[in-house]
Design a protein around this ligand. Structure first.
Ligand code: NAD
Length: 359
């Protein structure tokens, strides 16, 4: 088969090293010639941020972080940055914190150094997200791509196993959805496959030894690859569904991704044999769904959307909002009926295999 594709590689510096975040941050702010630095971290993340920023001069500490970036919090952070004449943002935290930094960058163009403390992967994408009036909007803008990412697995040691599992499976969702994303190509597929392999190896190690670094490092490496693949391939069916569940129903991001993923995989896999084979090989399993489900079992992964506050009453609205957003390139035709069936199965934690034969 001949190869023909178009691929853009995003430019970003990555510094990876356990226990090195403070040293790397000091060197990087100096390399970038920053004059006035704003550190964004939630109240919970602030002690980590203060340790990481110990070697730099900080003009402004900002802690008003809210999941899914409500527009009011974005405007408050933007105004604070503008008033303090900030020329570099350092965000230390999970995807919500990175998301707030991106919202400021979107309007001001201020560069970001991201220091992630979960496996959400937002630090490696040029995707921003904002929530206004119960609708989450996302967009792509290179201004929000952090110029540098500093990965330090020690910062993730405090992430409880349950959250590590959910967050790691959020990374896994980036990888799998990339395989049939609207701009899927051989390069992002290679990154996605290595991301699946790294996360599938790292997450069980975290579960068995939460205080050990090897699993944390593997998961962080996998999370980075997953996000690079996702940024390149674009949002597929899985992300369009989860984005509605998060933005409209305020479900927790990582747990929602972790729950919905096997359903979308079961739904699409029979119609996407190349993606299926690629994912199966990366899991080292006979089938992609078998590999994912064995991993989820091992990790005691999130099981049903009803556990996170979603109810049957929300299905019709979720279908109405998500259906038009699902890319036409999805390997299987999505209808209001089969999407409702998928959401119902995910709501109840039913066996995903029931979705394989739906028309
Ligand atoms: P989060 O940032 O909301 O963090 C979840 C919780 O974990 C928070 O209470 C946080 O304080 C805590 N936490 C963070 N790091 C910790 C640590 N090391 N130890 C203990 N607790 C810690 O959740 P998330 O899943 O990281 O991010 C979700 C958000 O990121 C969503 O808004 C989602 O839309 C966004 N996101 C965006 C992209 C993108 O490309 N734009 C990609 C992935 C996620």
């Amino acid at each position: 088969m001949s190869l023909s594709f178009e691929h853009t590689t995003l430019g970003q510096r990555v510094l990876f090293g356990s226990g090195k975040a403070a040293e790397n941050l000091a060197a990087e702010t100096s390399r970038l010639g920053a004059g006035s630095i704003m550190v964004i971290a939630s109240d919970f993340e602030m002690p980590m941020a203060r340790t990481v920023a110990a070697g730099i001069e900080v003009t402004l500490w900002h802690n008003e972080v809210v999941m899914h970036v409500p527009i009011e919090t974005a405007h408050a952070a933007r105004d604070a940055a503008t008033n303090a004449r900030i020329d570099l943002i350092v965000c230390v935290g999970g995807g919500s914190t990175t998301g707030l930094a991106k919202a400021v960058a979107l309007e001001t163009g201020i560069p970001i150094i991201a220091v992630p403390t979960t496996y959400a992967g937002s630090e490696a994408t040029n995707v921003w997200g904002l929530t206004e009036a119960a609708r989450k909007t996302t967009g792509v803008d290179d201004r929000v791509l952090p110029v540098t990412v500093i990965y330090d697995a020690e910062l993730t040691l405090s992430l409880p196993v349950e959250m590590s599992v959910a967050s790691g499976l959020n990374g896994m969702a980036h990888c799998i959805d990339s395989l049939w994303g609207p701009r899927a190509d051989p390069i992002n597929a290679a990154l996605a496959a290595e991301g699946i392999r790294a996360l599938a190896q790292g997450l069980p190690k975290i579960k068995n030894d939460p205080a050990g670094l090897p699993g944390r490092e593997q998961a962080l490496y996998g999370a980075y690859l997953s996000a690079v693949a996702f940024a390149s391939a674009g949002s597929g069916m899985h992300h369009k569904i989860c984005h509605v569940l998060g933005g409209t129903f305020n479900l927790p991001h990582a747990q929602t991704h972790a729950t919905v993923l096997p359903y979308v995989l079961a739904f699409n896999a029979p119609h996407a044999p190349e993606a299926e084979a690629r994912a199966a090989a990366a899991f080292g399993a006979d089938t992609a769904l078998g590999g994912l489900q064995a991993l989820r079992e091992l990790l005691d992964a999130p099981r049903a959307l009803e556990d996170y506050g979603f109810t049957e009453a929300g299905i019709a609205e979720a279908v109405e909002v998500a259906l038009p957003a699902i890319p036409a390139s999805n390997p299987r035709r999505v209808t209001a009926d089969n999407l409702a069936a998928l959401l119902t199965a995910a709501l109840n934690g039913a066996d995903p295999k029931t979705l394989t034969d739906l028309s």
